[in-house]
Design a protein around this ligand. Structure first.
Ligand SMILES: [Fe+2]
Ligand SMILES: [Fe+2]
Length: 235
């Protein structure tokens, strides 16, 4: 299966003609499209609409997770409904199998990496914050436990490793993802992990167990030679 992956489109509803044109052609090079969050800029339905039109017209099965920007207006449930109605498969702690390939996805959350990961100690506010990170890891755990296929692809918005956020200011690493997500994938096994969110990170990394991790933020893909709107992976 050829998987075209992208993230962080940050649609605002207008002025994305070149990008829409590129997405229109995704069917020529891939069997499915993965969108790893931040589809919209402010989480408004008007921003999602033009993107969905293109996806429907491209006739490529599309699998997506939401990103933090898609939550900005508190309309994430409405966005998910719109995406579902347009035929997109939205993963939120859920799994989806297609042509022998299993996809498990969730948004993920912040929290930091390795020894730098924030732990649930001290004030109740810290515990609450850390719990949100643990909850997303548990959602991923549930999604992965549902997969029966040998080939598995994990879709996240936040990064599961620090390697693919390298290039961003070091001060913000803890806000770009958490290794709690990688621990889950390492336990269950996967062929690859796709994520976005770190617009100025690095394309490729690996988990501790050696599972390939790819940051498909469109800003990174567009900075490559040749520039592209998505990257294609063979699974
Ligand atoms: Fe983003
Ligand atoms: Fe983001």
């Amino acid at each position: 299966m050829r998987i075209a992956a992208t993230a962080d489109l940050h649609f605002t509803g207008a002025g994305h003609d070149a990008l829409l044109e590129q997405l229109n052609r995704v069917r020529d090079s891939a069997d499915v499209l993965v969108s790893a969050g931040d589809l919209t800029n402010f989480g408004q339905p008007e921003e999602m609409d033009p993107l969905l039109n293109v996806v429907v017209r491209s006739r490529v099965p599309t699998i997506a997770v939401l990103g933090n920007h898609d939550y900005e207006s508190g309309k994430q449930a409405e966005l998910m409904r719109m995406m579902g109605a347009a035929g997109m498969k939205v993963l939120d702690g859920t799994a989806y199998e297609r042509d022998g390939v299993g996809f498990a996805g969730t948004k993920g959350f912040v929290g930091g990496f390795g020894r730098g990961a924030l732990t649930a100690f001290g004030e109740p506010q810290i515990k609450q914050f850390v719990q949100a990170s643990i909850d997303e890891a548990l959602k991923l755990e549930r999604a992965m436990a549902l997969l029966r296929s040998e080939k598995r692809v994990v879709v996240l918005h936040y990064s599961p490793v620090s390697e693919t956020v390298t290039g961003e200011p070091q001060e913000i690493y803890p806000f770009l993802g958490t290794s709690r997500l990688a621990e889950v994938v390492d336990r269950h096994g996967a062929n690859l992990i796709l994520h976005g969110h770190a617009h100025h990170g690095r394309l490729d990394g690996r988990t501790t167990a050696g599972i390939p991790v790819h940051n498909v933020a469109i800003t990174l893909l567009q900075a490559q030679q040749p520039s592209c709107a998505y990257r294609v992976f063979d699974v």
